[in-house]
Design a protein around this ligand. Structure first.
Ligand code: FAD
Ligand code: EPU
Length: 341
C-alpha cells in the first residue's frame, strides 16, 4: 500500500500538548518493511507514537515517522504464564483492556496511561506501584547501527525510573517495532501505592480478586487527579520526581515531615516534585496560555493558545524557584523537540 506522506505537516494534532509547530515531512508507518527506506534520508528523523510525552516547542526540520504498526498475539508458556506480543502502534490502554478481558494480571496498575505501546519501554512507564519493567520480557526493534531487526531482552534495556537505554546511551539508535510482556493467569494485586490502597478500601475492595477491579480503581484516581488530554492539552507530569542523595533528602524531610518520599536506588531517595512545586505556590500560575494545573502542581497544561516559548518560560521559572529554595534541579520528563529548557 502507498505510504501516506505529508509535507510541511502541522504537528499540533500529533502531540497531546497541542503546541503550534510543523515538520518538514510526516509519514505514517504501517509496514515495518518501509522503515529502511524511510530512515535512509539525509534529514533528521523523529519516531512518534501518540505524542503524549513529546512537546513540540519549536518546528522540526526533518521527517516525523508516526508508528502505526499494530497487532496483538498471545502464547501460553505454562499453566500460569502467557507471553503477549503487541505492535508498537497499538494504543497502550487498549492493550491493558485486552489483558483485563482475558483475566490476565500484570499491567492493571498501568491502566489509562496515554500513548502507544512502542513508547512504553522508552521511559519504562510506571504508575501506582508498578513499572513496565515488572513484566516486560523483550523488545523488538530496528537497529539503525546494523540495519537489522533485533530482539532485546528486558534485562538488556537498562530500565530505570522514567529511563531506559533507548532514552540514554542508545538514544536515536532503535526504532521499537513490538514489545513482549510476560503476564499471569493467577496473579496477585500489587497494592503498595497509598492512594490505590485507600481507593480500594473506600469501595470495600481491599483484597481485589481480579485485575479488572484494580484497573478500575486506578482509573478512578487518574480521572480525578489528571487532566484528560482530549479536553485539556497536557503531557502528564512535566518534571520527573527528583532522585537525590539520602543525606540531602533526610535534611529536607526532617525540615518538612509532610514531604512525600520513596526509597530509590541504593543511597538515594525519590521526593515528590509536585509537593516541592506546590509549596512554592505555583498551582494555577501562568505564562501566556501555559499553566500549572490547578489540581496537580507537577502537571503543566495548555489553556488553548500556549506557544512553545510560554511553556519553556513557565518551566524555567518553576525549575529556578525549586533550585533556589530546595537546592534541587528538576529534570523535565517529556521529550522537548525544537527547543530546550
Ligand atoms: P510519544 O510522545 O509519541 O514518544 C515519546 C518518546 O518516545 C519520544 O522521544 C519518541 O521519539 C519516542 N518513541 C515513541 N515511539 C517510539 C518507537 N516505536 N520507537 C522508538 N522511539 C519511540 N507516563 C508514565 O510513565 N506514567 C503515567 O502515569 C503517565 N501518565 C500520563 C498522564 C497523562 C494525562 C499524559 C498526557 C501522559 C502521561 N504519561 C505517563 C506520559 C506518557 O503517556 C507516556 O510516556 C507514554 O508512554 C508516551 O507514549 P506516546 O506513544 O504518546 O509517546
Ligand atoms: N502532591 C502535592 N501537591 C501536588 C501534587 C502532588 O503535595 O500538587 C503530593 C501529594 O502528597 C501526593 C504525592 O505528591 O500524595 C504524590 O502525588 P501523585 O500520587 O499524583 O504522584 P506523582 O508523584 O505526582 C507520579 C508519576 C505519575 C504517576 C503517579 C502515580 C512521575 C514524574 N509522575 O506522580 O506519572 O501516574 O506517580 O504512580 O513519576 C507521568 O509520568 O506523566 C505521570 C502522570
Amino acid at each position: 500500500m502507498e505510504m501516506q506522506r505529508i509535507t510541511r505537516a502541522r504537528l499540533d494534532g500529533f502531540s497531546t500538548f497541542r503546541l503550534p509547530a510543523s515538520a518538514r515531512e510526516l509519514v505514517l508507518l504501517e509496514d515495518a518493511g518501509d522503515l529502511r527506506v524511510l530512515l535512509d534520508t539525509g534529514q533528521p528523523v523523529l519516531i512518534l507514537g501518540g505524542g503524549s510525552n513529546t512537546l513540540f516547542v519549536g518546528d522540526f526540520d526533518g521527517r516525523v515517522i508516526v508508528n502505526q504498526l499494530t497487532g496483538i498475539d498471545s502464547e501460553v508458556v505454562d499453566r500460569d504464564r502467557v507471553l503477549i506480543t503487541a505492535g508498537a502502534g497499538e494504543n497502550w490502554h487498549s492493550l491493558v483492556r485486552w489483558t483485563l478481558d482475558r483475566g490476565l494480571w500484570g499491567i492493571e496498575n498501568l491502566a489509562l496511561i496515554p500513548g502507544l505501546v512502542g513508547a512504553a519501554p522508552m521511559q519504562n512507564i510506571g504508575a501506582y506501584g508498578v513499572e513496565l519493567a515488572h513484566c516486560l520480557h523483550a523488545v523488538q526493534a530496528f537497529d539503525r547501527n546494523s540495519g537489522e531487526i533485533v530482539w532485546l531482552k528486558a534485562d538488556d534495556c537498562a530500565l530505570n525510573y522514567r529511563h531506559s537505554r533507548f532514552k540514554g546511551e542508545d538514544a536515536g539508535r532503535f526504532v521499537i517495532l513490538a514489545i513482549q510482556l510476560e503476564l499471569f493467569m493467577h496473579g496477585t494485586p500489587v497494592l503498595e501505592y497509598p492512594s490505590l490502597i485507600d481507593e480500594l478500601a473506600r469501595h470495600g475492595q481491599s483484597q481485589p480478586g481480579d485485575s479488572r477491579t484494580v484497573a478500575a480503581a486506578v482509573m478512578r484516581i487518574r480521572k480525578r487527579k489528571l487532566p484528560d488530554p482530549e479536553h485539556i492539552p497536557n503531557a502528564g507530569s512535566f518534571f520527573k520526581n527528583p532522585v537525590i542523595e539520602n543525606s540531602q533528602a533526610q535534611a529536607l524531610i526532617d525540615a518538612n515531615p509532610e514531604l512525600p518520599w520513596w526509597p530509590d536506588k541504593p543511597g538515594c531517595t525519590k521526593l515528590s516534585g509536585g509537593w516541592l512545586i506546590d509549596q512554592l505556590g505555583w498551582r494555577g500560575k501562568t505564562v501566556g496560555d501555559a499553566q500549572v494545573y490547578e489540581k496537580h502542581a507537577l502537571v503543566l497544561i495548555n489553556r488553548g493558545n500556549a506557544s512553545g516559548a510560554d511553556v519553556v518560560e513557565l518551566a524555567r521559572r518553576i525549575r529556578a524557584d525549586v533550585e533556589r529554595n530546595f537546592n534541587i534541579v528538576l529534570v523535565p520528563e517529556p521529550v522537548l523537540v525544537g527547543g530546550a529548557l
